[in-house]
Design a protein around this ligand. Sequence first.
Ligand code: B12
Ligand code: SF4
Length: 441
Amino acid sequence: MKVLFLELDTESEWAVASLGPSFLAAYLRQHGHEAAFLRVPADRDVAELADEIRAEAPGLIGVSLTTRQWLRAQQVLGGLRRISNIPVIAGGLHPTFSPEEVLRQDGIDYVCLGEGEAALLDLVNAMEAGAIGDIANIWVKGGTRPKLRNPIEPLDSIPFAARDMLDERWGVRHISTQRGCPFPCTYCAARMYDQLYDTPDTTSYGRRRSHGNVLAEIAALREEGPLNYIIFLDDTFTIHHPWVREFCKIFKREVGVRFSLHARVETVNETMLHELAEAGCWHIVYGVESGSERVRREIMKRSATNQRFRDVFRWTKEAGIMATANYIIGTPGESRAEMQETIALHHELQPVDFGFFVFYPYPGTELFQLCKAKGYLPDDYLTRPANHRQSILNLPNVTPKDIEAVFEQWTRIRAEAAAARSLPEHRDQVIAETRASAMRA
Ligand code: B12
Ligand code: SF4
């Protein structure tokens, strides 16, 4: 059978496509099925899309969804169902943690909970055989919650990601070396996989590929075409020090391409940062989230001190690696003064780049439960955009206007930083463009 994976864009700007389908497509192909990829731009008309889909003639449509994509998914899949009866399965973070809501939507027939490789293969085989019974991880519309199969072990057993699903450009390749993250951050949806699988007969969700397996994938990519840069998409690349140190040695010797990764300040030290730099690490993205130690400790369950952030950002710079910091604005329980502490810490850290996101309660997370229990979450939350620009919460101590004002402050900081890097005669234009792009980001 042919499965067509749709990538639903929510913004006009380009980003790499969801990684999930690239693993699923590779697995299906390994087992004799076909897979195709279709990117759906944010303004694509549904009737036009239906024509494109018919041309592919799939037996099943697959969509990978984050919460941000959910509004667009309702529009596209609801519209498609009025003109086409091709069955649709949704998987990824949002369907996994909001399966009932997703299955209520017209145009979605199945939801995949958690990892999808073997589950999707079983569904496709069952569809071909004309008998869909109980399939672990697959929730059929109108049916009951399915059992879960154990997380895939070892990760080396799954085929390399199918690159034609990712829409990569400029020789920049995206690689995933692990699944799962051991930290307890209360705002993080990725973290909740661990709890999804928290049954007595499962292993812990955190797993990592062997060095040999990652290296073999990189060698295969080199054969295929230009390999200019690698982005490691792992949640926290620097978790297991012996793995990382060995990786640095081999990568430097055998690959020698620049790369970037995500890390937590608790998981790096000065020596490791120098080893990463020598191996070719060019850029690290750190989640700083808040400049208030109280907010991090009490609300986010992150215990690192501000001094640790200062040290790690300094070491990163000294090692010659660029640092990006990400911040969250408007976490439930955060005061206006604490939001200003984040701005103060940012000025101390002086990262090369930074992202600022208005807090959104992702289904399944601890903070989602808290917002629900305390009545901060509006009833129609699933119809509000998860765009990280406006707060959807009704908070007791800060208003949406307060949060908007802080978002505007961050936008100004970004615009001024961009202007400082440009020629004096271009500064006004740079400020205007940077502010406009923050509103679209
Ligand atoms: C890489 C990454 C990105 C990449 C690629 C996007 C992507 N969706 O893969 C980029 C940089 C573009 C990105 C952008 C953003 N991301 Co992001 N990202 C990640 C990250 C770190 C890894 C994803 C990944 O590679 N997983 C590896 C694959 C193999 O796992 P998987 O996606 O879960 O897929 C498996 C199953 O879910 C299932 N499955 C998945 N899809 C499907 C589809 C079908 C049909 C089936 C049957 C099964 C199935 O099978 C797969 C294989 O087992 C995750 C954290 C995480 N660990 O999930 C955050 C994460 C997905 N991102 C998140 C967010 C918030 C964003 C942004 C909004 C950030 C921002 N503020 O701009 C944007 C929005 C992107 C969008 N289109 O919506 C949140 C989403 C939360 C939520 N509930 O929606 C996460 C969970 C991070 C977090 N800490 O909470 N992101
Ligand atoms: S360290 Fe990152 S990926 Fe891990 S739980 Fe925290 S926010 Fe999520």
